[in-house]
Design a binder for this molecule. Sequence first.
Ligand code: ZN
Length: 431
Amino acid sequence: MKILVDSDVCIEFLYYKAYYNANRLLIIELCLIVWYKTNSMKKKFHIADDAEIFNGKVTDIYFHRTLEILKRKTLDKPVVMEVRTRSLPHSWQWGILAGVEEAVNLFENKRVNLEILPEGTVFYPGEPVAEISGMYQEICLYETAMLGLLCQATGIATTAARCRIAAGGKSLLSFGARRMHPAIAPMIERSAYIGGCDGVSTVAGAELIGIEPSGTMPHALVLLIGGTVEATKAFHGIIDKKIKRIALIDTFQDEKFEAVNVAKAIGKSLYAVRIDTPASRRGNFKELIKEVRWELDLRGFKNVRIFVSGGIDEEKIRELSGVADGYGVGTAISNSPSVDFALDIVELNGEPIAKRGKESGKKFLFRCEKCFTDYIKTEYNKKLYCNCGGKLKNMMVKFIKNGKVIKGLSMPDKIRDYVFAQIKNPEISGG
Ligand SMILES: [Zn+2]
């Protein structure tokens, strides 16, 4: 007999069968199976799985009720819906669109068309970034998930890009997985990477991206071994040689002495020292780093880089740009503000329509390939030119046509290259 224990109905059914067979042993056996199955299937973490997202379990209830009403009234209409935001957090002038791969996965096999800016594209407030068309009942249950996928990933990728601009060519690592729910660490780190980080700290995040995870050593290792030099030597002796040796130098003693001690201990193998000193002990952090630099240089360790972590954000990166060689950014990137995208109907039955405060009608986003100026047009035209004479490119790409994915998704390193190419533009890096 196939045993289903998803619902009370199934459990009652099992009891009924057991009673019917008038077999007490069978009743006990079935009770045990039900107990075991129910408990083993209980989630240990408070997250929705793929099936629940696809089934609309994380959709706002008013969409379920809307669908119920529409179905009862056998009412359905073709719509065009667009995603855009009026403004960006912290008065940012631009954003980096992320979460596109998951959005495409969400709508695959639904009878809809999805046009969206390729992942990593720079966009400005007020511009459409995605457009879904199809029968409304087919889209209704996915609005919440679609927005959630784009809003959070875009905030993270944008902060990472801003930190990248501040850091210039220096090393930038995402260390903030510990500040957020572990179930979404891979999404956070992928977004941080495509936005501009060089590396990420968790294994699952790095696997999703297709890179090696990055890290140094925790204070716990130094405390357990009992000394900074001893911990650095242990790391050097045991950990794979291809991993860069970066010593944490602020556990026990003054950073400048520990920096010199670890440099003397493992010599040229030392790639960098990391200072993670809490703000309460720092005084002037920049002066502290300068002091460490001075002592290292004086003893011939000019090659040893100085990495900083702990409370680092875009502003601190700028502040320390003359002295630090690399940055580990935590909360500032992983807990980036979400971008307030909305998904609105702009066309119904082929006619332009929109709620108050939104411009109706299907739109096309064109960008000048020469001067980066954007134009929102209501009609598509292949031969459009910018005021500067540059050719205008239609930025939205059709990824899904009637539920079929018709355009390949880029790998994270290609998306990151695309982001880098755009943020080089003075229009972006200056704002
Ligand atoms: Zn132009």
